[in-house]
Write a protein that binds this ligand. Structure first.
Ligand SMILES: Nc1nc2c(ncn2[C@@H]2O[C@H](COP(=O)(O)OP(=O)(O)OP(=O)(O)O)[C@@H](O)[C@H]2O)c(=O)[nH]1
Ligand SMILES: [Mg+2]
Length: 451
């Protein structure tokens, strides 16, 4: 428990109908009662209406809720004040609290107190931060699942298994003179293999989650003038990129983030690939090639009026096994039949569209959706995990493999028990049961103030 009391706005500093101010710590109740006109009515988890009064001046009429610790978010005594959403009003109320000895909270300090007081584990705290910053439906859903313990529960199940195995091996050491075996090395090794499989499954689900929260890179590529920028604008539903009939209009990469099927997509429009006319165009094409290498999915745009040209084929041959969707644009000029003819002749599966009048747009969206689902086979079951968690999982997997081989060479049980102990401690870092202070500091400093 902390002996100082902290205060911060929990809402953004903009003019809005309401704003929320949070106070947490042992002085919350005393100072709130002092500044609040309706102080006799303040009771645990009741919303009370009154005014905040400082030096005889009414600062605002507010709703105040008091939470008696440990039954609060932080586990301490807490007060939440719902005032009118003017940043000046918020700042006046906060200053009144500061004058009474309460200090401003740093980033993530409320969540850090909740964690240190055992109200949430580290995966839950990180999920709250992800929920606040989520940019797709998937991230929102995964954050809520994780706040409800999805990752924590999996890790705890594994730790329990390891602890039982370790206890059996240690019991074997204690009773070794009586020739009693609690677990044979054969079955211990099997259990360890199961643990390894579960760890590897969690790790894969964390990597899928990591990928999904960064977003999938989709890139529009093709020759100049085929309509890449027009398609970009159609997908974004805004005139984002300049469109013209002059080949080489787009020179730089144009990147926007959208959501398709609940997944974050980073969509990039690129310079048309051709023999560059000038240095700037050449630089644009180089950037395009580099971007294609990094992309998850390429949307190769073809011009129906030109068919599939030798230059198109050259570009396609540079994709090197990437996932590609072939889009046949400008079918408003040629008619849709050309798509089937060309598909038969050239062997590509073409999606006919017109960026000009929107024909084929919904088919294009479904094609993108189905590629995304294929790309993230199991993203719906994935976890939100940052590099910290992924790193712990990698090290744990390595250690697990080492323990399996120790059973194979009949290593001393004392040494195996030591390794198992280290493994449980390592996994405990994920939920934060054992985590060095500097790591905690760096995790919570990423949070916003008031959270
Ligand atoms: N009729 C018709 N014209 C189109 C269509 N899509 C694009 N255009 C026209 O084709 C020309 C080139 O379009 P852009 O979107 O600038 O092509 P781009 O591939 O981005 O070209 P660069 O940036 O030069 O590589 C413009 O005049 C567009 O109006 C379409 O579906 N139908
Ligand atoms: Mg363009």
């Amino acid at each position: 428990m902390f002996n100082d009391t902290i205060c911060a706005p929990a809402s953004a500093p903009v003019n809005s109908s309401l704003a929320v101010i949070r106070i947490s710590g042992p002085d919350s109740y005393r100072v709130a009662s002092f500044l609040f006109t309706n102080n006799r009515k303040i009771s645990h988890r009741y919303a009370v209406y009154g005014s905040i009064l400082s030096d005889g001046e009414i600062l605002d009429d507010v709703i105040l809720v008091y939470y008696n610790g440990p039954h609060s978010f932080t586990g301490e005594d807490m007060v939440e004040i719902f005032c009118h959403g003017n940043p000046l009003v918020v700042s006046k109320i906060m200053r009144a609290f500061f004058k009474k000895g309460i200090r401003p909270a740093g980033p993530g300090e409320f969540s850090q107190r909740a964690f240190l007081n055992g109200k949430i584990d580290l995966t839950g705290a990180e999920a709250i931060n992800s929920l606040i910053n989520a940019r797709s439906d998937w991230e929102i859903k995964a954050s809520i699942n994780q706040m409800h313990g999805s990752l924590k529960n999996e890790i705890q199940k594994l730790r329990e298994k390891i602890v039982i195995l370790k206890a059996d091996i240690e019991a074997g050491i204690d009773f070794s003179d009586q020739d009693i075996e609690f677990v044979s090395y054969g079955s211990a090794s099997e259990i360890m293999n199961e643990i390894r499989n579960s760890l590897s499954d969690i790790s894969m689900r964390c990597s899928a989650g990591d990928k999904a929260s960064r977003g999938l890179d989709l890139i529009l590529a093709g020759r100049p003038n085929v309509g890449k920028s027009s398609l970009m604008n159609l997908i974004l539903n805004e005139e984002r990129a300049i469109v013209s009939d002059i080949p080489g209009t787009t020179r730089d990469l144009i990147r926007e983030t959208i959501q398709i099927s609940g997944i974050r997509i980073n969509l990039t429009d690129t310079a048309g690939i051709c023999q560059a006319g000038d240095d700037i165009e050449r630089m644009g094409i180089e950037r395009t090639r580099k971007k294609i290498e990094d992309a998850s999915i390429v949307l190769m745009v073809l011009d129906a009026t030109a068919g599939i040209t030798a230059d198109d084929k050259l570009i396609i041959s540079s994709f090197n096994g990437k996932k590609v969707l072939f889009i046949l644009n400008k079918i408003d000029i040629t008619g849709i039949e050309i798509a089937e003819e060309l598909s038969m002749k050239e062997g590509y599966s073409l999606i006919p569209v017109s960026a000009k009048n929107g024909t084929g747009f919904s088919e294009l969206e479904s094609a993108i959706t189905s590629v995304i689902s294929g790309e993230f086979v199991d993203y719906r079951n994935s976890f939100l995990a940052d590099v910290r968690v992924l790193n712990i999982l990698d090290l744990s997997l390595e250690q697990t493999a080492g323990i399996v081989s120790m059973f194979g060479i009949n290593e001393l049980p004392e040494i195996i028990a030591f390794e198992l102990n280290e493994l449980t401690d390592r996994l405990a870092e994920i939920t934060g049961e054992i985590t060095p202070d500097d790591i905690l500091g760096s995790i919570f400093s990423r949070f916003c103030i008031g959270k």
